[in-house]
Design a binder for this molecule. Sequence first.
Ligand SMILES: [Ca+2]
Ligand SMILES: [Ca+2]
Length: 74
Amino acid sequence: MKQLLLAMGFTAFSMAAYAQTVDFATADADGNGVVTMEEAQAAMPDVSPDAVAAADSDGDGVLTVSEYEALISQ
Ligand SMILES: [Ca+2]
Ligand SMILES: [Ca+2]
């Protein structure tokens, strides 16, 4: 229960420039711990490839939790 409340708080805190953002666990559709370009665009159709690339700070083509947070807080 506490975890759920924390998750809800995090989701509210994550409201950002995008009209519709989703938390990392939701965006990571296959649950492998990283969000691919395809997963990001499936979760947020209005996110641009350039925005994903810009958030991918190590350039490996996938977003870690911290990289994803950078994306949704743009
Ligand atoms: Ca994934
Ligand atoms: Ca990366």
